[in-house]
Design a protein around this ligand. Structure first.
Ligand SMILES: Nc1ncnc2c1ncn2[C@@H]1O[C@H](COP(=O)(O)OP(=O)(O)OP(=O)(O)O)[C@@H](O)[C@H]1O
Ligand SMILES: [Mg+2]
Length: 644
């Protein structure tokens, strides 16, 4: 059995009218350990035959066996395995990877074969030293002369054993001195037992060979051997490793190569990331802003008092007739206060009018309330005192003012406590000043509070009230209490001319409004993420096109489709992930700036939104990186190699 057996190999290129017949019924056997030169004119089909022999290309028809195994129906990965184990390629133009050092270039075939890193580097160093390149291990290809580069590529061909060395015009790009050196090395390899197949059109180089095959127009026209006796071959081949460590190693290598690729195009990678950065930063910031606002509003609501129910006249806040309904009275409030589930009750009335102090006039809102009002509403006292139940019962002419009113009404040097002011010409004595409004609901209005009896009897002269605020006992459910209140008032009024509103429902409304807002803005941000993802896809497609040759080289030295897919996918995910993390960082910076300048409320970052952002950016990487990576992995090795 011969090492290589070809039977009636035909190779056509193109289709239909453009179809050309390049190899015509080529049959040949090659024995183990032979040294063969294929010669012929330019365009005669030498390289085409060589590519088929090296499993880089497949014949259109015919049979090609290596060690008796038919290759015609092998899958891409099976052919890659053959290239890895059996062949070592030496190209006319070296085809080294520019981003890798000489050592890494040499070691690359073993990465795909799964040799451990240390063993790999030792072997690569030894091969380089054998070829007279000690000291040049860390040089990149562009830091080496042509002859040195060709020797690096020979070392690479030997890395996995290189039982069969395929050399397509190995001296074609070299000066005569370097060419002779390379031929000397090839001759030595033959003596060590490697099978050599060399393509050349130089008769002097063909003279090194034991057997010369001449091709013309795709047919073998001569086949001459000098010596029929061939020394027994003794080539060490590197065993393949398939433990899980192998997968880890492949991943680590693919990761390193992706980082190199990203670093090699810093600006482009950065611009690609920009879309992801903006998308992620806006999602995370918007969610944080929404949460911050929500927390603030909910805190304000709890400041008002958690389980309170307010009763208003009319059907709802939107009811235009509600100001004319006068059926809600102090008597209702008293009846409510007798219920078992009620903690406290505050009837409320209000009026707005002119307040006068000496010759200063301002317009203010006066609230008539019970003494418990301040507790229920969470209003704090800054100075002085609040009115008590005796004063409420007596309709005392006392008033608590807010700091705004103090500022507008009193000169700086006057202490308002104890002063008498006029509200709608009725005298009231200032007994306290509230602290600045905590809830944020007060706005810039001037507000003051007096006992509701005082306001009703002495100022408005009305007997109905604007609202009743009921504080429910802590252990009673708001819903049950609300139902009880409704039934009580219905019995008293005979019809439903009132409505209730509890702080729970306000809370729910706020939460759902905020949720809707966050969803809305997040969906806009998601659009920007998708646009960013398309940017990533675009760049990956460019990257694949730009690196087609590199992909071809990797395939020639035995990379599986999976290796190529993995490498480009990791690159895409890495770009998105770095973009995502930068976006998160950016939103933290925005948050810090925001919190430094806006004291009202803070942006509140949630772990969930950050985890989601990271997952989201990786998913975009996989999603939009898959298509270009898949394209790359399915390239035909020989087409990829011939690309510039
Ligand atoms: N992918 C392809 N599509 C179409 N035609 C092709 C393709 N590859 C090679 N050919 C044609 O096949 C013929 C043989 O090409 P090949 O590269 O094998 O020549 P060669 O003998 O190696 O020549 P040289 O000495 O110049 O390298 C040429 O005429 C070329 O135009
Ligand atoms: Mg050629």
């Amino acid at each position: 059995m011969s090492l290589i057996e070809c039977r009636n190999i035909n190779r056509y290129f193109g289709e239909g009218d453009n179809c050309v017949h390049i190899l015509k019924d080529v049959s040949l056997n090659i024995e183990k350990g032979d040294f063969i030169a294929i010669i012929g004119q330019s365009g005669s089909g030498k390289s085409t035959l060589m590519n088929i022999l090296g499993c880089l290309d497949t014949a259109t028809s015919g049979s090609y066996k290596i060690d008796g195994v038919e290759t015609a129906h092998m899958s891409g990965d099976e052919l890659a395995a053959l290239r890895r184990r059996k062949f070592g390629f030496i190209f006319q133009r070296y085809n080294l990877l520019g981003a890798l050092s000489a050592r890494d270039n040499v070691a690359l075939p073993s990465v795909y074969a799964g040799l451990e890193q240390k063993a790999r580097e030792e072997r690569a160093n030894r091969l380089l030293a054998d070829l007279g390149l000690s000291g040049k291990e860390d040089n990149r290809p562009n830091q080496l002369s042509g002859g040195q580069q060709q020797r690096v590529s020979i070392a690479r061909a030997l890395m996995n054993g290189g039982e069969i060395i395929l050399a397509d015009e190995p001296t074609g790009a070299l000066d005569s001195g370097s060419g002779e050196m390379v031929m000397e090395i090839i001759r030595e390899l033959h003596q060590k037992g490697h099978t050599i197949i060399l393509v050349t059109h130089d008769p002097n180089i063909a003279a090194f060979a034991n057997r010369v095959i001449e091709i013309k127009d795709g047919e073998i026209i001569a086949d001459t051997s000098k010596n029929t006796e061939i020394a027994p071959s003794s080539v060490e081949s590197v065993p393949e490793n398939t433990s899980w460590l192998f997968y880890k190693d492949q991943f680590v290598e693919a990761f390193k190569m992706s980082v190199q690729a990203i670093l090699a195009h810093k600006m482009r990678s950065l611009l690609t990331m920009l879309g992801i950065i903006i998308g992620i930063a806006s999602v995370v910031s918007v969610v944080a802003l929404g949460r911050g606002t929500q927390e603030k509003v909910l805190a304000d609501i709890s400041a008002i008092g958690t389980n309170t129910i307010s009763v208003y006249p009319g059907k709802s806040f939107g009811d235009r007739t509600r100001h004319r309904i006068r059926t809600l009275t102090v008597a209702d409030a008293n009846a409510i206060s007798k219920q078992s589930y009620v903690d406290s009750v505050t009837p409320m009335t209000s009026s707005s009018g002119t307040v006068t102090y000496r010759n200063t006039d301002v317009t203010a809102q006066i609230y008539g309330a019970g003494e418990q009002y301040f507790t229920v509403r969470g209003i704090k006292l800054d100075r002085g005192r609040l009115f008590d139940d005796d004063e409420v019962a007596a309709g005392a002419q006392v008033v608590v003012i807010d700091p705004n009113t103090q500022k507008q009404l009193f000169p700086r040097d006057v202490d308002p406590i104890g002063q008498t002011i006029l509200f709608k010409k009725r005298p009231l004595t200032v007994i306290g000043i509230s602290s600045a409004d905590q809830s944020g609901f007060g706005g810039d209005n001037l507000q003051m509070w007096a006992p509701y009896t005082t306001v009703m009897q002495r100022i408005t002269g009305e007997s109905h009230i604007n609202s009743i605020t009921v504080k429910i006992k802590d252990d009673v459910s708001t819903a049950v209490a609300e139902q009880g209140l409704k039934e009580l008032l219905l019995a008293r009024h005979g019809k439903e001319d009132f409505f209730t509103n509890n702080s729970d429902s306000i809370k729910k409304t706020v939460e759902s409004t905020m949720g809707a807002m966050t969803l809305l803005i997040s969906s806009i941000a998601v659009i920007s993420l998708v646009v960013g993802g398309i940017g990533v896809m675009n760049i990956m497609l460019v990257s694949v096109t730009e690196r087609t040759k590199e992909i071809g080289v990797r395939m020639a030295i035995g990379a599986r489709q999976g290796n190529i897919l993995q490498q480009f996918l990791i690159e895409a995910v890495l770009i998105c992930l770095i973009g995502g993390l930068t976006g998160i960082l950016l939103s933290y910076i925005i948050g810090a700036l925001f919190n430094a300048f806006v004291s009202d409320f803070a942006m509140s970052f949630s772990t969930l939104s950050i985890v989601l952002a990271v997952l989201c950016s990786s998913a975009i990487g996989v999603l939009f990186g898959f298509m270009p990576a898949k394209n790359a992995s399915q390239l035909n090795p020989i087409e990829a190699l011939s690309r510039d």
